[in-house]
Design a protein around this ligand. Structure first.
Ligand SMILES: NC(=O)c1ccc[n+]([C@@H]2O[C@H](COP(=O)([O-])OP(=O)(O)OC[C@H]3O[C@@H](n4cnc5c(N)ncnc54)[C@H](O)[C@@H]3O)[C@@H](O)[C@H]2O)c1
Length: 357
């Protein structure tokens, strides 16, 4: 069992890496479970054994985890089920699923009765390494990613790595995409480890996966501890996301989030080089890990004007200016950087070309 503490200004909570069977959660509170349907079908016995541990009222809500369902419509349905089943302020809402489930359920938990306790059980590599930590919840709105949401910490996060064994390869790659992001935000030994162990990680080597999860969670915890509500330093966690979210939205989510982030990081590296912040040699060093993803990300074609239009609506923009997170070295990242439309298009076009067969 591993435990990592996340201590923010508003809350302290633990991220536990252990099997759900071993974690003790005997509570008499009423519990409402928002469960990704796919995950339930694949891990029914494990989930039912876990649910049995709760002694109060128990209600299951099955969720189809798509970006389309990361919506007010689904949040409404969750809230209505909570109300129809007379859940009160002492209720516990438990999400079992990937980032879509956790973000949507967490948002519902944050607004039901002005906030009920939330427990997050991430079942994808991406959610375990990133989205379940740090307290951001939210839904998509009018075609914009995560545009509506709240900062709302879970009481605890429990990661059971056995869930990952049923992940399709694309989802493993998405998880490794977000994991890679963390390797640019700390000293370069993490990045080197990912390059060296890339194939073992794709094959979900248990020991290596736990090691990298611990690293990512520790990096995220230390960032969030310093800036919970993204006033400053937390923005570094958006590395690759200004490009990534816009590409993802412009392709109406045909490209998965973690894959879009890999392309987005490459674009940020090219932009950093194009603007003269990093030399060619650093660019190539940054791109080494990115190129490991080539066999796993299909070539894409984007409508640049559409991408620019989505970027211009990015939540991180200020004074109508698009803001980028640009790394200059491992663990050294600039935030709120601006660039001309031409430089942005050039960088994105180079990043997309990296993934042409
Ligand atoms: N809140 C944050 O800080 C934050 C950070 C990063 C990403 N996100 C969000 O996370 C979302 C992406 O999360 P995700 O990649 O986990 O996506 P997801 O929740 O859609 O899961 C991906 C797919 O895998 C399936 N799945 C989940 N667990 C499985 C398992 N154990 N075995 C087999 N299949 C399984 C799901 O049903 C789904 O089809 C995006 O919406 C993104 O915006 C949020």
């Amino acid at each position: 069992m591993k435990e990592i503490s996340v201590n923010s200004k508003s809350d302290n909570y633990k991220v536990i890496i252990d099997s759900l069977e071993s974690v003790e959660f005997v509570t008499f509170n009423d519990a409402f479970f928002v469960i990704d349907k796919n995950v339930y079908n694949l891990h029914k016995k494990k989930i039912e054994r876990f649910i049995k541990k709760f002694k109060g009222k128990k209600v299951k809500y099955f969720f189809t985890a798509t970006e389309k369902n990361k919506s007010f419509n689904e949040v409404n349905k969750i809230l209505a089920e909570l109300l129809n089943n007379s859940f009160g302020r002492d209720a516990l809402l438990i999400a079992i699923g990937g980032g879509i489930t956790g973000d949507t359920a967490g948002f519902a938990a944050s607004i039901y009765n002005r906030g009920i306790a939330f427990l997050n059980i991430p079942t994808t590599l991406l959610a375990a390494s990133d989205s379940a930590i740090g307290g951001k919840t939210g839904i998509n709105f009018n075609g914009l990613k995560n545009h509506i949401g709240s900062f709302y910490n879970p009481k605890s996060v429990v990661i059971d790595t056995e869930f990952f064994t049923t992940l399709p390869i694309d989802e493993v790659i998405c998880g490794l995409g977000e994991i890679s992001k963390y390797s640019y935000l700390t000293e370069n030994s993490f990045n080197n480890d990912l390059i060296k162990n890339f194939h073992s990680l794709v094959g979900l080597d248990e020991e290596k996966i736990v090691e990298v999860l611990e690293q990512c969670i520790s990096v995220k915890a230390s960032v969030v501890e310093n800036d919970e509500k993204e006033g400053g330093v937390r923005k570094i966690l958006n590395l690759g996301h200004t490009f990534g979210h816009a590409v993802e939205s412009s392709l109406t989510y045909k490209l998965k989030h973690g894959q879009a982030v890999v392309i987005g990081m490459a674009a940020a590296f090219y932009l950093s080089n194009g603007l003269g912040y990093i030399p060619e040699i650093k660019l190539n060093e940054f791109l080494t890990l990115i190129t490991r993803f080539r066999p796993y990300i299909k070539p894409i074609k984007v409508d640049f004007d559409k991408v620019m239009s989505y970027m211009s609506k990015d939540k991180k923009n200020r004074n109508s200016k698009i803001k980028f997170v640009l790394p200059i070295d491992f663990g050294l990242t600039m935030i709120d950087m601006e660039a001309s439309v031409k430089d942005v298009k050039d960088a994105l076009s180079k990043a997309i070309s990296l993934f042409k067969n």
